[in-house]
Structures are given as structure tokens and as C-alpha cells.
Ligand binder design. Sequence first.
Ligand code: HEC
Length: 148
Amino acid sequence: MRLAIALSLLISAPAVAAPDGATVYKKCAACHLPTGAGVPGAFPPFGADFATLAKSSAGRRYMILGVIKGISGPITVAGKAYRGVMPAQVGLDDEAVANVLNHIANNIAKAGKGFTPITPAEVAKVRAGGNGLTSAAVAQLHASAGGR
Ligand code: HEC
């Protein structure tokens, strides 16, 4: 009897998979637009800045924390100033955060060579280390991570 219960738990446990990147991206598209072109001065585009940041550990940390904690500028992206507020994207687990950032890097910002996918483990580590940060503190990471 016990064995039967244990077995049924084992079989049903992995049923809840994180949504894939394109599905999560629908949340982002409300502001950053489905194409990722953004709105100059309001919502930054996912282009060269994203592609550059996605290839350095400081840049990846900034973007992961941006999704988890939000971003409250000023930041400068592709030569334009942004003084908006991106709300923390609540309800995304480590895998969902990794999936959406990888989706943007591969399919929208076209990061190409030199980009290695973000893993859920990387997200978990950054999440744990960035616990006390405000969205304004996250914004300050942008320039030091090489964003421009
Ligand atoms: C309610 C609007 C809104 C939504 C929804 C939103 N963002 Fe943002 N996002 C912003 C704003 C505004 C900024 C710029 C913040 C500033 O002006 O300081 C930003 C900035 C960013 C940046 C930094 C870009 C750079 O080049 O520095 C990343 C990365 C990002 N968002 C990813 C996401 C992802 C991924 C999602 C979906 C899971 C998402 N955003 C959902 C409004 C939004």
C-alpha cells in the first residue's frame, strides 16, 4: 500500500513544468511590445544593449534581478534615457525567468555567438544574492554592467 502511494507520487510529481519563454514573454510584450522594439523613452527595446548584457555575468545578474525585483531608473539604453518603473514580475520561478531571458536573447535581441543560455541554477544564485535590493538599486547595476 505504502509503495503504491509512493509510486503514484513519483509519477505525478514532475507534472508542473515552468512555462516556456515565448509564453512568459506575453507578460513582457504588454510594455516591451511583441517585437521587443519597445517605446523610445518609455519602454527600452531588446536589441544591442540586451545582447551585450546577456554575454557578461554582471549583465546577466542585472537582467535577472530586473525581472525579479523590477527596475527603477534612470538608465540609458541605446543612447536614450529611461526614467520609468518596471514592476517586479511576480510569480515567475527560476526556470520561468531563465526561459524568458533565453527566449529574448535568442529570438528577439539575437545575441548570437558568445551567449550561453541562462540556467535555473544561475537564476537561483542571483535571486539569493540580491534579496535586499530595491528596483532603484537594480537600475544602478545597468551602467556598471556595461549597459548603454
Ligand atoms: C509594465 C511594463 C513592463 C512590463 C510588463 C515589463 N517591463 Fe521590462 N521594463 C519596463 C520599463 C519601464 C523598463 C525601464 C525601467 C526604467 O526606466 O528605469 C524596463 C526594462 C527592462 C530591462 C532592462 C533593459 C536594458 O537594456 O537595460 C529588461 C531586461 C526587462 N525590462 C525585461 C523584462 C521582462 C523579461 C519582462 C517580462 C517577464 C518585462 N521586462 C516586463 C517595463 C516593463
